[in-house]
Design a protein around this ligand. Structure first.
Ligand code: SF4
Ligand code: SF4
Length: 340
């Protein structure tokens, strides 16, 4: 059984964390069943956020009575000390606990530091002194903010997207975390659904012993897949290397990761699906992407106001409006009979 120690937090858990964003989309009963099953089979690290609607509440209900046997990471997107304190109290209440193992700033646009005038980092320290949180972390989608957080020495963990599609710069970030004795929590290890071979994703991350992947889990078959990796962690084989090489070639360059940070769109375009339709249609069963509802969704791209809001918010620096146009053109050609 592979384990990961998250840097100087000394939190040591199985190398399969549970990303609890998707449990928002299932009933309380179903979420409880999935979370308990995960725990019963060896998963002890659960990552949620104040921003994930009722995810914290579902964790709180599922883990009553076994709190000390698991590690809970949650996040606040507070911009003021008042919001920070309110978020923390609300998270503690919903999670039915009096402490949070890892409290993270949720994708801040700038890295909070003591003395920056926001008071946010000081609020973290105060919460740790009061025993309400045990460790301080940060999550981000922007390479520059993440790198600044690592260099600052202020954070015990970094949560950042990381998969075998990582660029050189992203690999440098992972290495910088190791040198700084920080835990690295890998989100989007399946790159928002573009990676369909989870064994290849796992085997790649296995090479990084300070990296903990958190798998977003909504369905039982997804959970079962990752649970099977507890007893039989996939190891890198020539076959899996070939899968990775093929995906890297196909997904090289600029592609939408589906993170949704560019939304909402004033023209109500579902950017995080539409901007990667060409990939989705080729990499997953296509029928679901060709329904009337999907076609209506894609046609909304024609309403784009070219306001530029999306590209200014995209952490990957994508020219989102032109990416949408390219996806629409391809989609219309597919509807017209183009082979894909
Ligand atoms: S540029 Fe188009 S897609 Fe982007 S936010 Fe504006 S209207 Fe929406
Ligand atoms: S365009 Fe950028 S911000 Fe929007 S979903 Fe794609 S990767 Fe995320």
């Amino acid at each position: 059984m592979a384990e990961v120690t998250l840097g100087r937090t000394m939190i040591t858990v199985n190398k399969n964390g549970f990303g609890a964003l998707p449990v928002q989309r299932v009933s309380v009963e179903e979420a409880g069943r999935l979370l308990k099953k995960a725990f019963d089979h060896g998963i002890t690290f659960f990552d949620t956020a104040r921003a994930y609607s009722d995810s914290e509440e579902k964790l709180g209900l599922a883990f009553e009575g076994i709190r000390e046997k698991i590690f809970i990471a949650t996040k606040t997107a507070a911009k003021t000390v008042e919001e920070f304190r309110r978020d923390l109290e609300e998270s503690l209440r919903l999670l039915k606990t009096d402490y949070i193992d890892l409290y993270q700033f949720h994708n801040p646009a700038v890295c909070p530091k003591p003395g920056d005038g926001s008071g946010l980092y000081e609020a973290m320290l105060e919460a740790r002194e009061n025993g309400k949180i045990r460790h301080i972390g940060i999550t981000n989608h922007r390479l520059n903010v993440a790198a600044e957080a690592v260099a600052s020495g202020l954070y015990e963990t970094l949560q950042f997207p990381f998969s075998y599609l990582a660029s050189e710069k992203e690999l440098e970030l992972v290495e910088a975390c190791r040198k700084a004795d920080m835990g690295f929590i890998a989100m989007k290890a399946l790159s928002g659904g573009l990676i369909t071979n989870s064994a290849a994703a796992y085997a790649y991350l296995a090479k990084f012993d300070h990296v903990l992947p958190i798998w977003g889990i909504q369905r039982e078959h997804e959970l079962d897949e990752f649970l099977s990796y507890i007893d039989n962690p996939p190891v890198m084989t020539e076959e899996l290397e070939a899968v990775i090489e093929h995906d890297r070639k196909e997904l090289l360059g600029e592609f939408c990761r589906g993170c949704g940070y560019c939304m909402p769109c004033p023209a109500e375009i579902e950017i995080n699906t539409c901007a990667r339709m060409s990939l989705l249609i080729r990499r997953s069963p296509s029928a679901g992407h060709l329904t009337e509802a999907s076609q209506n969704m894609m046609m909304k791209i024609k309403d784009c106001l070219h306001c530029g809001q999306c590209s200014s918010k995209c952490p990957y620096g994508l020219d989102t409006p032109s990416l949408l146009e390219r996806n629409l053109k391809d989609y219309e050609e597919i509807l017209g009979g183009k082979a894909y």
